[in-house]
Write a new protein. Structure first.
Lengths: 325, 178
């Protein structure tokens, strides 16, 4: 890029329009992805595959993407460390979603939901090499959000839509978690938290957030869980199957927290969940948890200030993580 | 006597009830020590292979790396980089590794995941690290030793480097000559 400015007078600057963008690995190859800006404006995605052992170039190709990509911002995702590393981008109007399995030249094209203007598209995918190659595309509109789940067929190198999650007229977000090869998506909205399997659209677990800390109900948050967390999530799913809690959840009633805690207390089980939030304006990290019933937690021994729930309410908050155990 | 028994019972019950009313749904811990965490660089990781519990690792937008105990929010360790606000920060960790690897500006560092001690540090003088990944597999086989880091460089020279997971020394460099 520096050449572009110094050589500008000579007029031979167009060739130096390559901008390194991302590096991705697959089980056998390292992919170096750069944006190649052409003379006519618009950019092409250039993929260079490298041998992990020698670092030598194996192959190089460009994806015909110049009609869509005008800036880096239109690239949604370049997956790393997955069985199927992906590149995904959109056009300017967020009407078309393009997906490429890195290492192949095919570009799959999907129309985004057409009812409302899509403001933002976010791609959620597991980043474990052993996970199923499933991913979720979140569409945010001015009035709400919806999502679509896609599956990648590694043998045929195709991407296909598996199912859609209906649009909700509220702010919300998604998070990915994995257990072994299984992939789970958690949808967090102002009203409820629901867990789906990547394989089918049935709700595995759902609870209303009327009793969830108010920090959750502030819009503009994003969540994230990991494998350790999701293992816990699925253990939890197993543990509560056909239990008191599961029946309550299925009936869609408000979370009977006190009864649940008493129940778990009697069974000497633990119900812990933890939220990690950070506020945009004060740049802080916060965690809150419901701890094991029957044991009162002593305040932290160091001089950490305690923050009450009410002080959170006044700040736009971002949930960085949702942990279920 | 019956009244005393009822009073005793009430005294026993009161704290138990208070747990439900007081403890839940309150923020218990607050840390102003990290800053706004970066979405793609906030993850759970076991501090060493075989550990029962995971810690939460994050790099924030002001380039502070921290390990947090997700059980109670306790900060286990923290490292801060005083670099320009425009430098990108990256944080990654390989599966079953006892280190987390960070890249901020031109500095790539590996930290002991359990206590935050510096394991190795390397500098890619002049260039800027644009992306960082951990090489989990090679030739389709999972790597069992210290996993190597792959860094994407821009700025001075464009290219990709593979850094030894134990020492941080470059195993190879691919230079993008365009």
């Amino acid at each position: 890029v520096s050449n572009a400015t110094t050589d500008g007078i000579i007029g031979l600057t167009y060739d130096s329009g390559d901008t390194p963008f991302q590096v991705s690995t697959s089980p056998t190859t390292i992919y170096y992805i750069s944006l190649h800006t052409s003379m006519l404006g618009g950019s092409k995605l250039k993929v260079t595959s490298l041998s992990p052992i020698t670092g030598k170039k194996i192959d190089q190709y460009t994806l015909s993407s110049d009609a869509e990509i005008t800036t880096r911002d239109h690239i949604l995702f370049a997956g790393a460390n997955t069985a199927a590393p992906l590149l995904a981008w959109t056009d300017k109007a967020n009407k078309v979603l393009k997906v490429n399995i890195i290492g192949t030249k095919n570009v799959a094209s999907f129309n985004t939901p057409g009812d409302e203007v899509v403001d933002k598209i976010v791609l959620h995918a597991p980043n474990h090499i052993n996970s199923l190659p499933h991913f979720l595309v979140e569409y945010q509109t001015a009035v709400g959000h919806s999502a679509e789940v896609y599956h990648v067929d590694l043998k045929k190198s195709t991407v296909s839509k598996a199912y859609s999650l209906p649009e909700l007229r509220s702010k919300g977000t998604f998070t990915t978690s994995t257990q072994d090869a299984n992939v789970y998506f958690t949808r967090v909205t102002e009203d409820e938290v629901a867990v789906f399997s990547s394989a089918s659209h049935g709700v595995l677990l759902k609870w209303l957030s009327s009793r969830v800390p108010r920090a959750l109900s502030v819009p503009q948050f994003s969540t994230r869980t990991d494998s350790g967390c999701s293992t816990a999530t699925t253990n939890w799913l197993g543990a509560v199957q056909n239990s008191y809690l599961a029946r309550y959840l299925q009936s869609g009633q408000a979370f009977p927290r006190r009864k649940l805690l008493l129940r778990l207390w009697k069974r000497r089980a633990t119900a812990t969940w933890c939220l990690l939030t950070s506020t945009e304006c004060s740049d802080t990290y916060k965690t809150c948890s419901i701890s094991r019933p029957g044991r009162r937690r002593s305040p932290p021994s160091n001089s950490t200030p305690l923050v009450s729930t009410s002080s959170l309410l006044s700040q736009p908050s971002r949930v960085a993580l949702l942990r279920l155990m | 006597m019956r009244f005393h028994a009822a009073l005793t019972l009430a005294a026993c019950l009161a704290p138990a009830a208070a747990i439900f009313e007081d403890d839940a749904y309150h923020i218990d811990f607050h840390y102003a020590l990290l800053g706004l965490p970066k979405h793609e660089a906030t993850f759970f990781q076991k501090p060493y292979a075989g550990s029962k519990a995971s810690l939460l690792y994050s790099i924030s937008q002001n380039h502070t790396i921290g390990a947090i105990n997700p059980k109670d929010g306790a900060l286990v360790w923290r490292q801060h980089f005083s670099t320009g606000p425009h430098a990108q920060g990256h944080l990654r960790s390989g599966h079953e590794q006892d280190t987390v690897v960070s890249a901020v500006g031109d500095r790539i560092s590996a930290w002991s995941a359990s206590d935050g001690r510096l394991v190795w540090e390397t500098n890619v003088g002049g260039a800027v690290v644009d992306d960082l990944e951990i090489l989990e597999q090679e030739d389709g086989m999972t790597i069992n030793e210290a996993k190597d880091a792959i860094v994407l460089l821009s700025g001075g020279s464009h290219g990709v480097k593979r850094l030894d997971g134990k020492t941080g020394l470059a195993k190879w460099t691919f230079e993008d000559t365009r």
